[in-house]
Design a protein around this ligand. Structure first.
Ligand SMILES: [Zn+2]
Length: 264
């Protein structure tokens, strides 16, 4: 007999361990890439398009600050384009917290994303989610005036289904309701750069992804990332800014878009 029962057992055990490791590691990646690629039809963008004439674009950067924040701010300044940064407070962000006051000084909006960005922790229950947000606010308070921060973006978006694994199928519905009760505004996106996917698109592909999603939309909320891995996003940014300008879009923060929509 070539293969003993013992060998087969060992192989099966090793395979099981590998699967378990992959399952748990997926939750602890610094930013869950594929989970953020779906393009929800953001309700605020829909409302803004109905209320406003003209073209508006909210460039948004998730998961920063990072070593790329300074370059992103430079590119935005060259186009005098206000943007929105949905920040996190992971250990990887810590060395770059000094960018937070610079983001605000540049006329950009700082908004909440998550302290840990770990789905397994934040989406276990609403209590766990709000504890994480409290921790994020506490961390940010050393750098910026958190009393001015009223906006958040749920990791993975408000319709993500990965959260169901940890907090049940109603977890996002509950969180959306509680966010509104607590006086938070939240936003998803309707254009995705797909710059944090495992495909690691280059700058040209990132621009193309954005152009594709933006086509036919008068109000665009563009999801990009401000992470150590977002070098290609930085490369693409001047072209992204130029393209939206040429198409007649006005750059605004999420808060500015919301205020304009309300005033109409
Ligand atoms: Zn994120």
């Amino acid at each position: 007999m070539g293969v003993s029962v013992k060998t087969v057992r060992w192989c099966l055990a090793a395979l099981l361990l590998l699967c378990l490791a992959a399952f748990f590691l997926a939750d602890y990646m610094p930013h869950p890439a594929q989970e953020e690629t779906a393009v929800p039809d953001d309700r605020l963008a829909v409302q803004a398009a109905a209320a406003l004439d003209g073209r508006y674009v909210c460039l948004t950067f998730d998961d920063g600050p990072s070593e790329n924040t300074a370059a992103i701010l430079d590119a935005l300044a060259r186009y005098q384009a206000p943007a929105t940064f949905f920040v996190t407070a992971q250990p990887i962000n810590e060395p770059y917290f000094d960018q937070l006051p610079l983001i605000q000084a540049g006329g950009h909006q700082i908004a909440l994303h998550s302290a840990s960005h770990r789905y397994a922790d934040i989406y276990k229950s609403p209590t766990d989610f709000w504890l994480d947000i409290k921790q994020l606010r506490q961390t940010l308070s050393a750098w910026v005036d958190v009393e001015q921060i009223h906006w958040l973006r749920f990791p993975g978006g408000s319709t993500n289904t990965v959260s169901h694994r940890y907090g049940g199928k109603d977890i996002m519905k509950k969180l959306v309701e509680e966010a509104e009760e607590k006086g938070y505004h939240w936003i998803d996106w309707n254009v995705c750069a797909e710059d944090a996917t495992s495909a690691h698109p280059n700058a040209a592909a990132i621009l193309q992804n954005i152009q594709q999603d933006a086509t036919g939309k008068r109000v665009c909320v563009v999801l990009m990332h401000d992470t150590a891995a977002a070098g290609q996003t930085v490369q693409a940014l001047p072209d992204i800014l130029a393209w939206f300008s040429e198409q007649g879009y006005q750059f605004c923060t999420v808060e500015q878009m919301y205020t304009m929509t309300k005033e109409e």
